[in-house]
Design a protein around this ligand. Structure first.
Ligand code: SAM
Length: 276
């Protein structure tokens, strides 16, 4: 095994989700950097890996810049692991500054992939997975929450948010205003005993979670906005503009893609416009 930095993903609820490779790297690691050394030592004990002869560093949001340099120095002649308490490092967890510094200083860095709550939630949500945006934690202050959700409203992709159980209802109230009838999935306690995923509009989910107060860890997945409905006036004006800038074929293609219209109809219209 090569010396360098190994970013290891850990289970998000079910210990069985640790990979063979994660275990192998942890067995061989001389240095383990992690968020909370107690949590990591507990995981090692479950995996029957002795913490003896391993050096532990705590790396968290507040000391990441300083610790990143220390870890990079260790990685020149040792196998060094970075892992967060649960799930994939860097995803709403520390590790970005470490990875950036390692790339800049040409230190070997690799990933030992595994669970990530955002991806797990997307998989079970039943919402479109072809294009998605991970938005991280939703701010807690009222105005910041509204601004944050509104800012992402037009993104043409499924949106994924991390949220705390005690803030879910408040967030769903804002989501009802911002996202209207868009389908939302609330995935809770994924891979744990009480895993559930509830789908509905924000208002339906408010009703559900008012009757069943949510507990545990939560990911909210929001379906993409409806496709733009073609307003004939808009598209004809825009088609005229396109014809001024582009040839007929390119103009038609741009309009068909933007407004999801029938190609033959747009082509016919473009010819009429072109011929006055
Ligand atoms: N880096 C981790 C990952 O990629 O899975 C996420 C770390 S972030 C500090 C913790 C948040 O992830 C939780 O507040 C929750 O929103 C989400 N999360 C973690 N485990 C979860 C689970 N088992 N079920 C649902 N959400 C989970």
């Amino acid at each position: 095994m090569k010396n360098g930095i190994y970013l290891i993903a850990t289970p998000i609820g079910n210990i069985g989700d640790i990979s063979f490779r994660a275990k192998e790297v942890l067995e061989n690691a001389e240095v383990i950097a992690c968020e909370d050394t107690r949590v990591t030592k507990k995981l090692l004990s479950l995996l029957q890996i002795s913490p003896k002869e391993k050096t532990f560093f705590a790396l968290h949001d507040h000391n990441e810049s300083i610790m990143a340099q220390k870890i990079i120095e260790e990685a020149s002649d040792k196998i060094v692991v970075y892992m967060s308490d649960a799930g994939s490092p860097l995803i709403s967890d520390p590790g970005y500054k470490l990875a950036k510094a390692a790339r800049e200083q040409n230190v070997y860095i690799t990933t030992v992939p595994g669970a990530c709550a955002a991806i797990c939630a997307l998989q079970i949500s039943g919402l479109p997975s072809n294009a998605f945006m991970f938005c991280g934690f939703i701010p807690n202050k009222d105005k910041a929450r509204i601004d944050f959700l509104s800012k992402n409203k037009e993104v043409d992709a499924t949106l994924i948010f991390y949220e705390r159980a005690d803030r879910l209802l408040k967030t769903l109230e804002v989501m009802a205003n911002v996202f209207g009838m868009r389908e939302i999935a609330v995935a809770r306690e994924i891979t744990k005993l009480h895993e559930e995923c509830v789908n509905g509009s924000a208002n339906q989910l408010i009703e559900h979670f008012s009757d069943n107060p949510p507990k545990g860890e939560i990911v909210i997945v929001v379906s993409p906005p409806e496709e733009k409905e073609a307003n004939p006036d808009d598209y004809i004006k825009e088609l005229l503009n396109e014809l001024k800038k582009n040839n007929l074929k390119a103009a038609v293609k741009n309009i068909v893609e933007k407004y999801k219209l029938n190609r033959n109809e747009v082509y016919k219209k473009a010819l009429e416009l072109k011929n006055g």
